[in-house]
Design a protein around this ligand. Structure first.
Ligand SMILES: *[C@@H]1O[C@H](CO)[C@@H](O)[C@H](O)[C@H]1NC(C)=O
Ligand SMILES: *[C@@H]1O[C@H](CO)[C@@H](O)[C@H](O)[C@H]1NC(C)=O
Ligand SMILES: *[C@@H]1O[C@H](CO)[C@@H](O)[C@H](O)[C@H]1NC(C)=O
Ligand SMILES: *[C@@H]1O[C@H](CO)[C@@H](O)[C@H](O)[C@H]1NC(C)=O
Ligand SMILES: *[C@@H]1O[C@H](CO)[C@@H](O)[C@H](O)[C@H]1NC(C)=O
Ligand SMILES: *[C@@H]1O[C@H](CO)[C@@H](O)[C@H](O)[C@H]1NC(C)=O
Length: 552
């Protein structure tokens, strides 16, 4: 779910993202075999924004709508557009479920195009359609531009010259603050302030009204169904808090501590990151050296952890020098840890990759690390068709949306306060504290953009009674959205429940679990929640349930 610092975002460097969750156990891409159908549109620019909702066949097997929405639902200050995409399941006539994958800054449109929607619908069973969208500021949705910088070139130029994540804390804080203050100036009366989460929720309700009316239903009463992962849980929690009497079903999976998110900084994001690594060492030990390359002769999971810690120490003492591939470079402790942390989001693919790369780095061999971290050089053709919303823009959106939601409530207003918080965070997690402390923790320093009155959101003090109960889901080893956030948010919603999945990885769907799937399907079909304290095991584990170690 969440995030990275604006500075680091602009540099497209460290990603302490909660980004979106892409499962790996699925991979049966039902229905799509790559056949192109040129009679459908494949670009939202071919769909002029319209205040009326209408669906157009797109991307061969989806339906697209480009909805014109007011920038502000209470004051006439112009309009923007929100891109929706629909994947029909069952007979196409069933219940619609809105979905957001996270970020903030992740594109719902892209997420469905990659096939994740098929996996989600399969997981849900039943007769449902999945509708996702690019929230304001993201990819195909306005307002444009949604940036601190006047042009993309300026942003790229800034990124190239910006501070490395290994700079001193003073430099890190000052860099973030400079960008925050600059961004506040460049966006004083501009678009960014219209990009907060409550505005996104208002867009969803607006869409839901039009969509229900289009089907002949009552747009003012029909309940809304929603599924959100990672930062998408902030959207779900906000939806349920702002429109409690309209809730049909809400599943929030991989939760952010939403109340704190709206107070400017979340203190518990990396509470379980070390637990993710504990799973990594344990699974590696259980699988043994044939399946986990980093297991070696180790006599326990603890011995593997010690081996891993000495690798980190070695990189700290002496960054690995690489001179035989293009320009000279070094691999630092920070770079390796940041990469490994992100791989932990997806245990099925990430665990074997980290084990393989760590074993190589231990030998002073950087080949597999470079292969894993270097982006493929784009062919000339793909450069020509490169989307305007690139990685840098996505990460910038992450910071902007988060900091608009923080609404000047960011609590570390001077270096001393930041440094104390950095130390606390570093103590919380051996493997992720420093990364978060140099990323998300400084993200909103100096940022003073304030949303318009109709889009201000403060977490309500009182318990909220929703028309149907909310289902929270959390993993015991989620590196960025700990189950403790679900446990902290659930009491704000009367009758809600927390389903715990005993697994590593970001959001439940990164592991296969018939148990979790069963509870989700039952909730969707009947509204019934699992008993309090229910814990689901997973069916497939990394390493041991996978083919023997391969090259990575
Ligand atoms: C792919 O899908 C198209 C359209 O449904 C179909 O005509 C074609 O036979 C399929 N190809 C394969 C290899 O399945
Ligand atoms: C291509 O899309 C059009 C418009 O939705 C549809 O009528 C047609 O059946 C599709 N053709 C194939 C081969 O999928
Ligand atoms: C296992 O231990 C033996 C004896 O200490 C050592 O020679 C060998 O290199 C070790 N193998 C691995 C894979 O670490
Ligand atoms: C370095 O690692 C790569 C990938 O694992 C391997 O193919 C290569 O042989 C290794 N190089 C040396 C010198 O061991
Ligand atoms: C934005 O959406 C388009 C489809 O409209 C997709 O091709 C592109 O990859 C998306 N960009 C990102 C960064 O998600
Ligand atoms: C720094 O900020 C903290 C918390 O806002 C405040 O208590 C403290 O007085 C500030 N210190 C300085 C030197 O301004």
């Amino acid at each position: 779910m969440p995030r990275i610092s604006l500075a680091a975002a602009a540099a497209a460097a460290a990603v302490v993202g909660s980004a979106s969750a892409f499962p790996t156990w699925l991979s049966a891409r039902d229905g799509y075999n790559g056949t192109t159908n040129s009679s459908t549109i494949s670009d939202y620019t071919q769909l002029p924004p319209s205040p009326d909702l209408s669906w157009t066949p797109c991307f061969e097997r989806f339906q697209c709508a480009n909805l014109e929405v007011p920038l502000d639902y209470e004051e006439d200050v112009g309009t923007t557009n929100v891109a929706f995409i629909k994947l029909s399941g069952g007979d196409g006539e069933g219940q619609d479920i809105l979905f957001n994958p996270g970020g903030p800054g992740a594109s719902g449109v892209t997420t469905l195009l990659t096939g994740l929607g098929d996996d989600i619908l399969k997981n849900f069973g039943g007769n449902y359609n999945l509708i996702s969208f690019d929230p304001r500021g993201v990819n195909n949705s306005g307002p444009y531009p949604f940036s601190c910088f006047p042009t993309r070139e300026a942003r790229d130029q800034y990124a190239l010259s910006s501070t490395p994540p290994s700079a001193s804390l003073q430099v890190q804080y000052a860099t973030a603050k400079a960008l925050g203050e600059y961004c506040t100036e460049t966006n004083r009366d501009k678009n960014v302030k219209y990009g907060g989460t409550l505005a996104v929720v208002q867009d969803m309700m607006h869409f839901h009204k039009l969509s229900t009316t289009l089907k002949g239903g009552d747009g003012d009463t029909e309940p809304i169904w929603y599924y959100g992962t990672s930062y998408g849980t902030v959207i779900g929690q906000t939806l349920a808090a702002a429109y409690p009497d309209r809730i049909g079903r809400v599943i929030v999976d991989g939760n952010v501590y939403g109340k704190q998110y709206y107070e400017g900084y979340i203190t518990n994001d990396v509470d379980d990151s070390d637990q993710t690594f504990a799973f990594f060492f344990q699974y590696c030990f259980e699988a043994g050296p044939a399946r986990c390359r980093f297991a070696g002769n180790s006599s326990s999971a603890h011995a593997i952890e010690l081996r891993y810690l000495s690798l980190i120490q070695k990189l700290e003492d002496e960054p690995l020098i690489v001179t035989d591939t293009g320009l000279p470079q070094i691999i630092t402790r920070y770079a390796f840890q940041n990469w490994a942390f992100n791989e932990m989001y997806q245990p099925m693919t990430g665990f074997p990759k980290v084990a393989y790369v760590a074993a190589d780095l231990e030998q002073g061999n950087a080949t597999s690390y470079l292969r894993a971290t270097t982006k493929q050089t784009k062919s000339e053709e793909s450069v020509a068709t490169q989307p305007k919303f690139d990685e840098g823009a996505s990460q910038e959106a992450l910071g902007l949306i988060t900091c608009v939601d923080a609404n000047t409530r960011y609590p570390f207003s001077n270096f001393t306060a930041y440094e104390a918080a950095y130390k606390r965070t570093s103590r919380e997690s051996l493997y992720a504290g420093d990364i978060l402390g140099r990323g998300n923790l400084v993200m909103c320093a100096g940022f003073g953009v304030v949303p318009p009155a109709s889009q201000l959101f403060t977490w309500p003090e009182q318990v909220i009674t929703t028309a149907a109960p909310v289902l929270f889901i959390g993993n015991t080893g989620d590196p960025i959205t700990p189950v403790s956030s679900a446990l902290r948010m659930s009491p704000y919603f009367a009758g809600s429940a927390v389903l715990t999945q005993d697994s590593p990885g970001h959001c439940s769907l990164t592991s296969k679990s018939a148990c979790t799937t069963g509870y989700i399907q039952n909730y969707l079909a009947t509204g019934a929640l699992p008993e309090p304290g229910t814990i689901c095991e997973i069916d497939v584990k990394p390493f041991q349930d996978q083919p023997a170690a391969r090259r990575h």
